[in-house]
Design a protein. Structure first.
Length: 453
């Protein structure tokens, strides 16, 4: 961990003041400003715990929520319950590891980052209008990052180094400058731009100027990172957006995709995931390492399936050190952190969010109200870009906030169902779904199956 310098500490304190003082609808702006501008490696060390800058920002948000008695609009939905189950299991399973104290501190930090960012954004985002505002704030905050990454290519200097956490000089690979801004790696900087691209496009009807600025910023971040992964992530997000006309036939699309995967398994000598070893858009790609990591994790599943593992260095010929391989796969990272159960909970969370998006996007709009279905579909496209990216990237820096703001936005417009099992964490097939009302709820009109406030 890198200690905060004077500029970094001043910026952090100013952001904390904004989090505590701004109205609820703008509090997320201050939170995202701090997380997108400061590196995760900066912070303060108090006793055995490392309080990184982002954790201090989340702590300020929690203090604000407690003091102002703010809360999530309505009851906990399926996504919220899955996030709680994720947190509980990740904390408890660390006690089964070879070094339980070290694992407990590491997993507790992951839980704090994950649940802190998700539930704070859930509190700040109470309706579909709040979700639109959250997306607009996100893509606008990416604009200065894109300008800085473009500046890195010209000056070969990282302006965020003044805050004390980012490296002063950008990476150069095969003659290409790989800008990273405040993020932990150029790939993650480009990935944030890629997964936010559908969010920018989602604003085209309601906030065209913001949408255009966001699209330009996202594309600039993708190109500025000079990495193949972000290009592919952006393509996955765009492909998901193009599925909009087929939203009523997605079951067939999923089945055809599964049949295609099975066909590849029959004709390929290597497993289908080795296709990523052949992708090299920007030059110098390490796709083979990522494919081999998947194969190696399956070969060593007996080491991590129950509670995760502390040692993965023997999985790969090269790694971070003798005990740890470079886990460039977020799904494998979840398994290594908390075993099969944590991995399943993470996948179930993504699946539940996709189901909310699919159900909301296929509902008929209410008379006299704006049709927000494409916006909800765009949230699903952004989540699909995340899900595809996780095969080759693990979010080890503040980029994880981009995932949980997407999930929080989906939860805010998610479906509140009246089903046979209303309390289950897994969202059942809806009987009478409607989009979540705003915090100032009113009686639901008769003969209307869903309502957008």
């Amino acid at each position: 961990m890198k200690a905060l310098n004077g500029f970094g500490l001043a910026f952090l304190l100013a952001t904390i003041v904004l989090i505590l003082s701004l109205p609820r609808r703008w509090a997320a702006l201050a939170l995202l400003l701090g997380t997108f501008s400061m590196t995760l490696t900066q912070g303060l060390q108090i006793g055995p715990f490392n309080f990184f800058a982002i954790r201090l920002l989340l702590l300020a948000g929690i203090v604000r929520v407690v003091l102002r008695r703010e809360r999530i609009a309505g009851d906990l939905n399926g996504l919220d319950k899955l996030m709680i189950a994720f947190a509980v299991w990740a904390t408890l399973v660390s006690l089964l590891r070879d070094d339980p104290l070290t694992a407990f501190k590491a997993n507790l930090g992951i839980v704090f980052n994950t649940c802190g960012s998700y539930f704070l954004l859930r509190v700040f985002c109470t309706s579909i209008e709040d979700s639109l505002r959250l997306c607009a704030m996100t893509v606008l905050l990416l604009a200065p990052l894109a300008v800085e990454m473009f500046s890195e290519h010209i000056t070969l200097r990282n302006a965020f180094a003044v805050l004390g956490g980012a490296p002063e000089w950008p990476q150069i690979r095969e003659g290409h400058v790989r800008a990273q801004g405040p993020f932990g790696h150029p790939i993650l900087a480009g990935t944030v731009g890629a997964v936010c691209l559908p969010l920018a496009i989602a604003l085209w009807k309601s906030r065209r100027a913001v949408a255009l600025a966001g699209v330009l910023a996202c594309v600039a971040m993708i190109l500025g990172s000079a990495s193949s992964g972000p290009v592919m992530s952006g393509m996955f997000g765009l492909v998901a957006l193009l599925m909009w006309p087929l939203r009523d036939r997605m079951r067939h699309v999923r089945r055809l995709s599964l049949l295609g995967l099975l066909a590849l398994s029959l004709v390929m000598k290597a497993p289908p995931y080795y296709l990523i070893a052949r992708i090299d858009i920007a030059g110098g790609s390490t796709g083979w390492y990522r494919a081999r990591l998947i194969e190696s994790s399956l070969q060593h599943i007996d080491e991590w399936w129950l509670a995760g593992t502390d040692r993965t260095g023997h999985w790969m010929a090269t790694g971070l050190d003798a005990d740890h391989a470079d886990i460039t796969n977020h799904y494998i990272f979840m398994g290594v952190t908390g075993g099969i159960v944590l991995l399943v909970l993470f996948v179930f969370t993504l699946a539940a969010a996709f189901r909310y998006v699919g159900a909301a996007a296929t509902m008929a709009p209410s008379p006299g109200e704006p049709d927000r279905r494409f916006f909800v579909w765009s949230l699903g496209a952004a989540l699909f870009a995340h899900a595809a990216t996780f095969i080759s990237v693990s979010y080890f820096d503040q980029s994880f906030v981009s995932l949980y703001l997407t999930l929080a936005a989906i939860a805010a417009v998610g479906i509140r169902e009246t089903a046979t099992k209303p309390n289950t964490a897994w969202p059942a097939r809806p009987v009478r779904p409607w989009l979540v009302d705003s915090i100032h709820s009113a009686p639901r009109p008769a003969q209307r199956t869903w309502h957008v406030r």
